[in-house]
Design a protein around this ligand. Structure first.
Ligand SMILES: Nc1nc2c([nH]c(=O)n2[C@H]2C[C@H](O)[C@@H](COP(=O)(O)OP(=O)(O)OP(=O)(O)O)O2)c(=O)[nH]1
Length: 226
């Protein structure tokens, strides 16, 4: 594989009614075998991310995925590959999971220890599963042009999540570089902050009614901030 070839990967964040998320260990023979991850895998030619997830969940765990929403897209360079991870959330799946490839698996809460170590970049992402759909004040929000370094300090002391209010794509790119948990944007700039229709971080749309939540989630938002 040439160094700069980007591999697109579909990643499923399947959330049970009790808020727990499906995680599984990586089968023997793959890079990072034995580490835990969200189920998913590489896109095949012509597949959408949702289609790839439907296939991978069936192949790996026998789970049937009915619907899923874009959550965010994240690039990461491993030694073995440069991946573009397309995370999608779903509460709409059925079937009892089975280990079709010899993996361990289970449903876990964000603050619970899995039997094995998660892939390093997945831990932060698992925490974000608890971000509420409708924004609450228990999250720290910074305006990026102000003192953004403060974010790292605040994160440890008081707030579980740190987000940034972003006026445009440049701000969102800064929030990505600083690994913020979420961004808040106005409805009129939402589209401009996406990467080919997918957010780059979980995104709240500001100043819209809570009753429009589903509409904005269909378009890729994590949630709304009325
Ligand atoms: N499925 C999954 N892959 C992840 C996660 N986090 C993360 O960095 N990755 C990376 C690891 C791998 O480099 C890549 C997924 O590739 P893979 O080898 O598991 O995909 P696959 O099942 O299609 O593999 P194969 O059949 O081609 O062997 O994405 C995650 O949470 N879930």
């Amino acid at each position: 594989m040439s160094e700069d070839k980007v591999v697109d990967v579909a990643v499923g964040v399947l959330i049970r009614e009790d808020g727990r998320v499906l995680l599984a260990s990586r089968p023997e023979g793959k890079p990072w075998a034995g580490y835990w991850e969200f189920p998913g895998g590489k896109l095949e030619d012509g597949e959408t991310v949702h289609q790839a997830l439907v296939r991978e969940l069936d192949e790996e765990l026998g789970v049937r995925l009915a619907d899923s929403f874009p959550w965010f897209v994240k690039e990461h360079r491993y030694e073995h590959a440069h991946v573009r991870l397309h995370f999608r959330r779903s509460r709409d799946f059925f079937g009892e999971a089975l280990s079709k490839e010899g993996q361990d698996f289970g449903f876990y809460a964000a603050n619970e220890r899995t039997p094995g170590v998660l892939l390093p970049i997945d831990q932060n992402i698992l925490n974000r599963v608890d971000l509420p759909d409708v924004w609450e004040d228990s999250t720290a929000v910074l305006t990026l042009s102000e003192n953004a370094l403060h974010a790292t300090v605040v994160r440890d002391r008081k707030y579980r999540f740190v987000g940034a209010r972003c006026g445009n794509l440049d701000d969102v790119m800064k929030a990505v570089a600083m690994d913020f948990d979420f961004v808040i944007v106005k409805p009129e700039v939402f589209e401009a902050t996406l990467w080919k229709g997918e957010p780059r971080l979980p995104t709240y749309v500001e100043d819209v009614p809570a009753s429009d939540l589903r509409l904005w989630q269909d378009r890729g938002a994590h949630g709304v901030k009325p």
